[in-house]
Design a protein around this ligand. Structure first.
Ligand code: URP
Ligand code: ZN
Ligand code: ZN
Length: 456
């Protein structure tokens, strides 16, 4: 049955427009004032915002770790996404070093059979050699996996040398891909970790002290220098510091094509989260960590000004009871990551729109349109446009919600935004024409999510 959303405020790249939106099957069929469709299911959106469904370009569902996979799979993570208005994710295939990238891609297929949101993939790049170069070509040109994540930290599993990053950038350019980067100086992190552990400083509160802000600033600048040397664009993931933002902006002003991403945890949390009593601070062990006060405002301003392009989540929920506990005597053994996918829009609205620091058009750009463009999913995804997939989020700015582990839809046993007073709430999420969330009721469907190949 067709669905007609009436009297909402539609947010499109052109601006805000009061009107209706008609969905026929899986696509947006019409937008404008006074649309009538006699047989459609009518949903009233008076005084509510009508946005494209969110595109979260950075998630880790079922990500392997020595303590077990991250707690959300492609179904439960998708449910958590849908409850917050996100309808598409780009997750990561994580090959072991030495493993064929194509084999790893096959290994990820069964995980996605239960997907409740549409999904695409980035490929982690734990090494570079001739076989990897050949596989990058096949991935980008045949398999639709055209973005490659490099790491300058996480020795000895994921981090690679600058020389290898340079080669990955060059090959990516040849095959029509885009390189992304986790930018932290891994050697400084490792040296500080050894120092802290040797001094008996083993509690989770020491995690952020081994990754001070300049560790990110240096690695972002270095990554961008490599991109410049290779004459290639680069997308920096999860920027958490003013230092990283400044390095990105310098490269932009220098004429480089670069992209930056931040996440809600770096906007809403500061390093006082590590004052949590006992082992509770482990819930906040993620890399990069939430930063000292001041960085949050700089990032929000950068996002608002478009100096940071996207807001993703890096949703990577490791549980306290069975997983983070592995680091009870040594914070370096705590699996890194937190559940954040559900609250991206609510936090952007609370910190950006409700404070008057961001426009709705810019919010929607960071939330859906910019990631869709950067990662070749536009205009199928990321925009309210006739002919685009009917991925819709209706958001009521008047409602409020106190965020809590008791109400979130992730399988994780902590919410890093516990107690946060969110202004506004997602009241309706439609995914490819199907209602998946309405007024607090989740109607997500296991297996409805579809793979989105991305080829130039
Ligand atoms: O702590 C984090 N962010 N874990 C997920 C993996 C990554 O670095 O993005
Ligand atoms: Zn990362
Ligand atoms: Zn990540």
């Amino acid at each position: 049955m067709a669905i007609l959303i009436k009297n909402g405020t539609l947010v499109t790249p052109e601006g805000l427009e009061k009107g209706d939106l008609l969905i026929d099957g899986e696509t947006i069929a019409a937008m404008g004032p006074d649309i009538s469709a006699p047989n459609a299911q009518v949903i009233d959106a008076t005084d509510q915002m009508v946005l494209p469904g969110g595109l979260d370009a950075h998630t880790h569902f079922e990500l392997p770790n020595p303590t077990g996979d991250s707690a959300d799979d492609f179904y439960s993570g998708g449910c958590s996404a849908l409850a917050g208005g996100t309808t598409t994710v780009i997750d990561f295939i994580a090959p072991d070093r030495g493993e064929s990238l194509l084999k790893a891609r096959e290994r990820w297929v069964p995980k996605t059979e239960k997907a409740s949101v549409d999904y695409s993939f980035h490929m982690n790049m734990p090494e570079f050699n001739a076989r990897v170069a050949e596989e990058m070509k096949i991935l980008a040109q045949r398999e639709g996996v055209s973005s490659f994540k490099t790491f300058t930290a996480y020795w000895p599993t994921l981090g690679i040398r600058d020389y290898d990053i340079l080669n990955i950038l060059k090959v990516s350019g040849e095959v029509g891909g885009l390189v992304t980067m986790h930018a932290e100086n891994g050697d400084i992190v490792e040296a500080l970790q050894r120092e802290f552990i040797a001094q008996g400083k083993t509690a989770p509160k020491y995690h952020p002290l081994t990754r001070p802000p300049f560790v990110e600033g240096e690695a972002v600048a270095r990554g961008l220098a490599l991109a410049k040397a290779a004459h290639q664009p680069l997308y920096i993931v999860h920027i958490s510091t003013k230092d990283g933002l400044e390095a990105l902006t310098r490269a932009r002003m220098d004429g480089q094509v670069v992209y930056g991403e931040t996440c809600p945890q770096y906007l809403a949390l500061d390093d006082s989260c590590y004052d949590a009593p006992g082992f509770e601070a482990a819930a906040f062990v993620m890399s990069p960590p939430p930063r000292p006060k001041g960085h949050q405002e700089a990032l929000l301003n950068g996002l608002s000004a478009g100096l940071i392009d996207t807001c993703a989540t890096d949703h990577c929920p490791y549980r306290m009871d069975t997983q983070k506990i592995a680091g009870i005597n040594n914070f370096t053994k705590i699996p890194n990551g937190a559940p954040t996918i559900e609250h991206r829009l609510g936090i952007l609205h609370t910190l950006g729109i409700a404070t008057g620091k961001m426009t709705w058009t810019r919010l929607v750009d960071a939330w859906a349109t910019a990631p869709a463009k950067i990662f070749d999913l536009y205009p199928k995804k990321g925009v309210l446009k006739v002919g685009s997939d009917a991925d819709i989020c209706v958001f009521d700015p008047r409602q409020t919600e106190i965020l809590s582990v008791k109400t979130h839809h992730s399988r994780n046993d902590r919410c890093v935004f516990e107690g946060f007073e969110q202004k506004g709430k997602t009241t309706l999420t439609i995914q490819r024409g199907r209602i998946a969330w309405r007024n607090g009721e989740l109607t997500a469907q296991r297996g409805f999510g579809r793979f989105l190949p991305r080829c130039k």
